[in-house]
Design a protein around this ligand. Structure first.
Ligand SMILES: Cc1ncc(C[n+]2csc(CCOP(=O)(O)OP(=O)(O)O)c2C)c(N)n1
Ligand SMILES: [Mg+2]
Length: 296
């Protein structure tokens, strides 16, 4: 079941002269997101790579108004922007909180949970590069089991699973939750266009490869993100209340090791058969859980 009847808007809202690294998944994610959301969008961005990618004032690559906020407060600040627009009678502009995984899974989760519980009329997009990349690759709760980061070095690889934030957001009973990745742009744009039409808190978890942090060549970013989906590491789903989960793209299955071998951050894991087996089992169990939710 793919979102096939779809074409990506040609309007380039984001400027080419951004400050992202070569192959940056987060920069491509924003380019695609703004194509989907259009120019009537206000971005609210906490401390993250995008605080830098956007460029130093007075320059801004985003092409739409972008408000920088402290690390923990993306969802609260977006709620405030929404309230101000509503007060002015502007109900058309999309308010989009745009935050990294550290700013979402860890430090921003309180504000996000509170906004979701109030069902604030905001779109929250977490671009997930699976670590605190802007400050030099520290582990977050979105870092996958078995991954290397500077705070989970070779002898102490991440020994906890990636926090399942999509499930946490579904548990808030918000009107729209989806996962997406830059490697499936049609699916990503279709989901954001759908989310933009819904009122209330919408949450999109967007996997965005980071070549320096994942230790991959910059030209491999798309290939690796595609493999994340094919290996069931990052299933692409869409969830609306009262309906079964929908798996939107299910490519032919690829072997997990192909995904892991493509990335330097898993080199130590690949040398440890017991740890590798644990990772494989965890991914299999989560995939089973999601397919059950999709078939109920
Ligand atoms: C309260 C606070 N603590 C720490 C920092 C330093 N800091 C800025 S960006 C960042 C990492 C953000 O990680 P993430 O949200 O995953 O975004 P990424 O950099 O990976 O894009 C950190 C730790 C800060 N700005 N504010
Ligand atoms: Mg990050």
């Amino acid at each position: 079941m793919q979102n096939v009847n779809f074409s990506i808007p040609s309007d380039e809202v984001m400027a080419a002269g951004h400050l992202g690294c070569a192959g940056c998944g987060a920069a491509l994610a924003m380019r695609l997101a703004l194509k989907a959301l259009g120019r009537r969008t206000i971005l609210v961005v906490p401390a993250c790579c995008w605080s830098v990618i956007d460029g130093p004032a007075p320059y801004s690559a985003a092409g739409v108004p972008l408000m920088h906020t402290p690390f923990a407060s993306a969802a609260a600040a977006a709620s405030g922007v929404r309230a101000a627009l509503d007060f002015k009678g502007d109900t058309e502009t999309t308010v989009c909180a745009w935050a990294g995984d550290g700013g979402t899974f860890d430090i921003g989760i309180q504000a996000l949970s509170a906004a979701a519980e109030r069902n604030e009329n905001i779109l929250y997009i977490c671009y997930d590069n699976e670590a605190y990349m802007n400050t030099g690759v520290q582990r977050s709760s979105a870092t996958p089991l078995g991954a290397w980061t500077t705070t989970t070095p070779r002898a102490h690889l991440k020994d906890r699973p990636k926090k399942d934030l999509a499930q946490i957001m579904v548990a808030h009973e918000v009107p729209y939750v989806a996962t997406a990745t830059v490697a499936y742009p049609d699916d990503l744009v279709a989901k954001l266009q759908r989310a933009a039409q819904i009122r209330g808190t919408r949450f999109v978890h967007l996997l965005a490869p980071c070549p320096p942090g994942w230790k991959i060549p910059s030209e491999d970013a798309m290939k690796v993100a595609r493999l994340a989906v094919a290996t069931r590491v990052f299933p692409l789903v869409e969830v609306e209340p009262g309906r079964p989960w929908r798996l939107t793209v299910v490519p032919p299955e690829a072997d997990l090791e192909e995904y892991l071998r493509a990335q330097g951050r898993f080199r130590a894991l690949l040398d440890d058969p017991a740890a590798l087996a644990r990772v494989r089992a965890a991914i299999g169990e989560r995939w089973q859980r999601i397919t059950r939710l999709a078939h109920d």
